[in-house]
Ligand binder design. Structure first.
Ligand code: BTN
Length: 268
């Protein structure tokens, strides 16, 4: 079955009021984040969305590559111009994780989870990732570009990631409409983002995030550049920091930019 995925099929499924009402669709591009960065510099408005079938230079976190081959996955980015302090911007990544999990769940019926701060996982493997990029000058945000890559109908994955990554198709055995997933994720983001902007933090979303998060009452290895340690994670606080009790009983709040976490025995 061919999965129809283009500008019109995404718009037909979209129910937002502002996000994605201006939508760029690329059969192939380097990176949807870079497309929006360029347009943002030219003055594009908040709400512009870029989606692509193929990304030839897709970017992952920590300078890694992100593969988006022809015909199977979602690469999609949002241009945002929030009036918030720059140090609040990383919380948008967690808002995006919540939206990606909700949208994927609605369309695929898979009970996907969030691995703090922003990986979407299923059965211990990564199914989607998020890369947020921001410009700020003199204490003000210029723009935030939040990009999501979702493995939808990929039947196989590159050797280097196949042990720890998966796709909707690999988990469910069913071809899933990318247009429906892209639209459902975008619908969900618009709603969660409004709550985040109203509160200025994640207090209104924290409970829902933690209900989806694998790092709740779970062992974690904290990969802190100042020294790794093991502990028990208890989900996020209202700033999106992961609450961890160390083995000596003391509590740490982990800020996503500096450190990452692993399960004690593996990736999740
Ligand atoms: C990660 O490493 O987990 C983040 C992956 C983010 C990939 C997405 S695909 C759409 C957007 N454009 C990019 O170049 N990267 C992000």
């Amino acid at each position: 079955m061919k999965d129809e995925y283009d500008h019109d099929s995404i718009l037909e499924n979209l129910h937002t009021s502002w996000l994605g009402r201006e939508l760029l669709f690329f059969r192939e591009t380097g990176s949807t984040n870079d497309e929006l960065k360029q347009r943002a510099a030219d003055g594009a408005k908040e709400g512009l969305v870029a989606a692509a079938d193929i990304q030839s230079k897709g970017k992952g976190r920590k300078g890694r590559e992100w593969t988006t081959p022809e015909g199977v996955n979602i690469a999609m980015s949002y241009l945002l111009r929030p009036d918030i302090p720059p140090d609040s911007a990383p919380m948008i990544t967690l808002v995006m994780a919540l939206a990606a999990a909700k949208g994927i769940r609605e369309v695929s019926a898979l009970d996907v989870k969030i691995k703090w701060p922003n990986d979407i996982v299923m059965n211990g493997k990564k199914l989607a990732g998020i890369l947020t990029e921001m410009t700020a000058e003199q204490g003000h945000i210029g723009e935030v570009i939040v990009g999501t890559g979702i493995n939808v109908n990929a039947a196989s994955l590159p050797d280097e990631i196949k042990d720890k990554a998966t796709s909707i198709f690999m988990e469910s055995g069913k071809i899933c409409s990318r247009a429906k997933v892209a639209a459902a994720v975008t619908d969900a983001f618009e709603g969660y983002y409004a709550t985040f902007l109203k509160d200025g933090d994640l207090r209104g979303l924290r409970e829902e995030y933690n209900a989806s998060c694998v790092n709740v009452n779970a062992g974690v290895r904290v990969l802190d550049p100042a020294g790794e340690y093991d502990g028990t994670a208890h989900g996020i606080d209202e700033r999106g920091e992961l609450i961890v009790t160390k083995e000596d009983g003391s509590e740490e709040r982990i800020y996503a930019g500096e450190v990452s976490v692993r399960g004690i025995y593996g990736y999740v």
